[in-house]
Design a protein around this ligand. Structure first.
Ligand code: MG
Length: 254
């Protein structure tokens, strides 16, 4: 069931999204060669705590294997849900960061892919096109239109460049919990409800340089590309309200 949000709830989610944007702006310059991804998680936890929020990702998921960090850090062939570890970031990596904050019960969700130093032209292109897919998806999110318009916009742009669109994972309703209805696919698939005022969704294309196929590592979290090629991930939390579409999370890529 889709939980449409009222103005007060959207204001709460907007505040949470602003906090997340402020965090990312400070975090991005720290994503440097030699840094352990565990250090980034530690920094993220502390930052969110100090700011007065709670990490929305920490402890999320099945009781037997909850996500153990405040931020997903997925490098190169890792698509999403990378677990911070002793692994060090290297020059030329594409580092996808995905995090969310629970601020007084209002949840934000945003992902960005950071180029560390000089990446290859092919990786840079993948990163740019994935971000374009996100903004094309957002442009298709309009009051009164159907949800799968987003999927069509994302998929067609990725396909133009010969990229694979990950099918097994998708965007989602967000705001009062981390994952709510509806599923927001990146390819036309599944239910196609109308987008009504009060809809708050995370739009998050995951685009592979090679084939769309993925697999999950033995940690039961880390999703990697089956062909070991690089993947990029961009995400915004978006609200439709009063007939307008607003990106609630901040553009930290500018
Ligand atoms: Mg998300």
């Amino acid at each position: 069931m889709i939980r449409l949000k009222n103005a007060k709830q959207i204001e709460g989610i907007r505040s949470s999204c602003r906090m997340l944007g402020a965090m990312y702006r400070e975090l991005i310059p720290l994503v440097q060669p030699g840094v352990e991804t565990l250090e980034i998680d530690c920094w993220t936890r502390n930052w969110i705590k100090k700011a007065g929020g709670k990490p929305a990702f920490l402890g999320y998921g099945p009781k037997k294997n909850p996500f153990p960090a405040a931020i997903c850090i997925s490098i190169n062939n890792e698509v999403i849900h990378g677990i911070p570890s002793k692994c060090r970031i290297r020059e030329g990596d594409l580092v996808s960061l995905d995090s969310g904050i629970d601020l007084d019960g209002y949840i934000s969700d945003q992902a960005i892919s950071v180029e560390v130093g000089k990446v290859s032209d092919a990786v840079h292109q993948l990163n740019i096109v994935t971000r374009e897919c996100l903004y094309r998806g957002i442009a298709a999110a309009k009051a009164g239109e159907r949800l799968l318009q987003i999927a069509r916009a994302v998929e067609s742009h990725a396909r133009t460049h010969g990229y694979g669109v990950v099918r097994e994972y998708c965007g989602h309703g967000v705001g009062l919990s981390l994952h709510e209805d509806p599923q927001v696919s990146n390819y036309p698939h599944g239910p196609n409800p109308r987008m009504n005022n009060g809809l708050v969704i995370a739009i998050e294309p995951m685009i592979n340089m090679g084939k769309a196929d993925i697999r999950v590592l033995n940690d039961n979290w880390t999703v990697v590309t089956a062909d070991k090629q690089v993947s990029a991930h961009w995400e915004h939390t978006v609200a439709i309200f009063d007939g307008q579409t607003e990106i609630l999370t901040e553009r930290v890529d500018q």
